[in-house]
Design a binder for this molecule. Structure first.
Ligand code: SF4
Ligand code: SF4
Length: 414
């Protein structure tokens, strides 16, 4: 295992982190907890020292399973990263309540790396207005949090604003060879690193889509390489080739994938790919882009939209929807989460008023209004109208959980 340093603290983290978002499932449904625990312990035994979870993963079960995996001395061998869900925060006191509950769930007295989950501009501004920076300062001072950060799913301008708005130790971005100009992108990666932030990378394989059953033209290109590597290996090596990257989080839930990732992590040095190999990745990227529905580069020149549409974000979801048909339900849910108001502000394609301002600024001369109409028809619809109901359901679920815990505590005290 190779390790890289967190610039502000010198903390040495394994370049491969274990993501607890996609734990293994049983054939009859539900998480295979014993297998998940074996997997987590096996990667720690192999040198992984960074594990990432969140209350939102597996409807709250991920943190609980991680706590079980980290019993018997494993806790002291890893840094725990978990997240504050902005969509569950309605007042300043919610932040302390949620963090204290996480410490109890994870059976620990500190969270080593604590993130605000899935920020975009709107959720950041809302959290800031609720006093999140004061909360982070206090929790760091009293030792409940060691390092503060945020995970991000927004546009490049919002990323820079958030990086500059607080003294973060780290951030977590979606990054892979298809996302060079999407969300934070390569410019964001460099911007954060230049300001001393450690950068954790999520979705290195785009939810597994850059590995496994890749499109035939992509497979044919990989087969031209003198080095025999799997598509997953190419994708991981490309990320670790960037010296600005600290940890790559992989949601490994299959023993063969874990073994492969650990093997590749032994070779993930910065600047270790040759010019020819980087050129091949570039050709693979171009091939993927040629297969995409909308030729949006994610540059963001069309923004801001007066109606609040996240134009590149909507196109990115739409491209994923068509490029990876096996994952359509997940892509649609992510679209609702990020643009429909479920996890962040409302910025979906259906908000477009047709003013045309964006088209005058788009260097790709895209017919943005027409294409947003397609996005809205295929990905919006009745599900968007159900978002307020879904949010109310989530609030009830979280209220019921709190009430149940209060009853259990009262009984235990009695
Ligand atoms: S045409 Fe639609 S998406 Fe473009 S700026 Fe106007 S409202 Fe926004
Ligand atoms: S300006 Fe055009 S290419 Fe750039 S993000 Fe907007 S729609 Fe995409």
């Amino acid at each position: 295992m190779l390790y890289r340093k967190v610039p502000k603290t010198g903390d040495e983290l394994s370049i491969l982190g274990f993501g607890c978002m996609r734990l293994p499932s049983r054939t009859e449904g539900g998480i295979d907890e014993e297998r998940a625990i074996r997997q987590i312990r096996s990667v720690i035994d192999a040198g992984v020292n960074y594990v990432d979870t969140a209350p939102a993963y597996h409807m709250g079960k991920s943190e609980k399973i991680l706590a079980r995996a980290l019993a018997d001395g494993y806790r002291e061998r890893v840094r725990i990263a978990t997240k504050l869900p902005p969509w569950s925060v309605h007042a300043r006191q919610d932040m302390d309540r949620i963090l204290d509950a996480q410490l109890a769930t994870l059976a620990t007295d500190r969270i080593d790396y604590y993130l605000l989950h899935s920020l975009g501009r709107a959720s950041w501004e809302r959290m800031r207005a609720l006093g999140v920076t004061g909360f982070l300062d206090t929790a760091k001072r009293d030792g409940r949090i060691r390092n503060t950060g945020f995970s991000f799913h927004g546009n490049p301008a919002a990323f820079r604003e958030i990086v500059d708005a607080y003294d973060w130790d780290f951030c977590q971005i979606q990054y892979n060879y298809l996302d060079e100009q999407n969300q934070a992108g390569t410019a964001g990666l460099r911007y954060a690193a230049e300001r001393g932030l450690a950068v954790m990378v999520m979705e290195p394989l785009r939810g597994g889509n850059l590995a496994g059953a890749v499109p035939d033209p992509v497979r044919a290109l990989w087969e031209t390489a003198p080095a025999r590597r799997t598509p997953a290996e190419w994708a991981l090596r490309w990320i670790w080739d960037h010296p600005e990257v600290t940890v790559v989080l992989s949601g490994m839930n299959d023993e063969a994938h874990i073994a492969e990732n650990l093997r590749v992590a032994d070779e993930g040095l910065p600047h270790s790919l040759s010019e020819e190999e980087l050129a091949l990745v570039e050709r693979v990227r171009e091939t993927y882009h040629a297969l995409m529905k909308v030729g949006c580069t994610g540059c963001g020149y069309c923004l801001p939209c007066p109606a609040g549409v996240d134009i590149p974000g909507c196109f990115s979801s739409y491209n994923d929807y068509h490029l990876f048909p096996g994952d359509r339900r997940i892509t649609r849910f992510a679209y609702l989460g990020r643009h429909g108001g479920l996890m962040a502000g409302v910025s979906h394609a259906g908000l477009c008023k047709g003013c045309g301002a964006c088209e005058r600024r788009c260097p790709q001369s895209l017919a943005i209004r027409d294409r947003l109409g397609e996005v809205s028809r295929e990905m919006g619809g009745p599900m968007l109208r159900a978002v307020p109901l879904l949010k109310a359901g989530l609030r009830c679920w979280s209220w019921a959980g709190r009430a149940r815990r209060r009853v259990l505590r009262t009984r235990a005290d009695a």
